[in-house]
Design a protein around this ligand. Structure first.
Ligand code: AP5
Length: 228
């Protein structure tokens, strides 16, 4: 199964993508995490991306599409994937359609996590993650079970993202509204879009996503034929 999670910064895409990965045994692909890894490794892509990410703008379609194209060829994507943060522009969505058509594995579901701006800012301002394994936490909504210790790997160091500063978050919201929101009608026209209330508790949102996946038309015979 191939799933896209759409939603503004802080909507809960990363949180829900990790849950979907565990429940469905498919790969989670976060283009934001991939870019942050390039920045940390000091690559040319990372150097170019960092300036753009620090301003809250979108990295060029050319870089992102090439990165995503290689990622979905990895063995862990053989049974499907969850895209968290991609596509973010109509050209990225069109390029994804072409890539998936070649593989014979189209997108099954696009889930929009709908959250209002005040909540987004509160969520992002309180977010932190484990410096070792990347597990995500929140000052109010999701603290580690044992204070100062990561629930997943037991590490004690935590970090906050440089683009989570309030002024950068505003720029990220503008980028979402101008460049990413036009993807909603794009996927609605394909009857792949389902809207989920991202304001509910994390577990409730997960339940709503599973319920929404049940409502999608099955790919059925034509999908099987294109794979043979
Ligand atoms: P990216 O890393 O993708 O960031 P984003 O889309 O801005 O999304 P976030 O990671 O901030 O939020 P999220 O929706 O994953 O929420 P989360 O689950 O963490 O992109 C960063 C940058 O990279 C972009 O600005 C751009 O420059 C570049 N980039 C990336 N992809 C690109 C692309 N395709 N094209 C061009 N440029 C690209 O949750 C947030 C917090 O809320 C957490 O603390 C969490 O615990 C909490 N929370 C989650 N759900 C709930 C809930 N239901 N109730 C209460 N708290 C909750």
């Amino acid at each position: 199964m191939n799933i896209i999670l759409l939603g503004p910064p802080g909507a809960g895409k990363g949180t829900q993508a990790k849950g979907l990965q565990l429940r469905h045994g498919i790969a989670q692909i976060s283009t934001g995490d991939m870019l942050r890894a390039e920045v940390a490794a000091g690559t040319e892509v990372g150097r170019r991306a960092k300036e753009i990410m620090d301003r809250g703008e979108l990295v060029s379609d050319e870089i992102i599409i090439a990165m995503l194209g290689s990622r979905i060829e990895k063995p862990d994507c053989a049974h499907g994937f969850i895209l968290d943060g991609f596509p973010r522009t109509v050209p990225q969505a069109e390029a994804l359609d072409v890539l998936l058509e070649k593989r014979g594995t189209p997108i099954d579901a696009v889930i929009e996590l709908r959250v209002n701006d005040e909540v987004l800012i509160e969520r992002i301002a309180g977010r932190f993650s484990c410096a070792k394994c990347g597990a995500s936490y929140h000052d109010t909504f999701k603290r580690p079970k044992a204070e100062g210790t990561c629930d997943v790997c037991g590490a004690h160091d935590f970090i906050r993202r440089p683009d989570d500063k309030r002024e950068v978050v505003s720029a990220r919201l503008v980028a979402y509204n101008n460049q990413t929101a036009p993807l909603l009608p794009y996927y609605e026209a394909q009857d792949r879009l389902r809207i989920v209330d991202g304001l509910a508790d994390i577990e409730e949102v997960a339940g709503e996503i599973e319920a929404a996946l049940e409502t999608l038309p099955k790919r059925g015979v034509s999908h099987a034929l294109t794979q043979s």
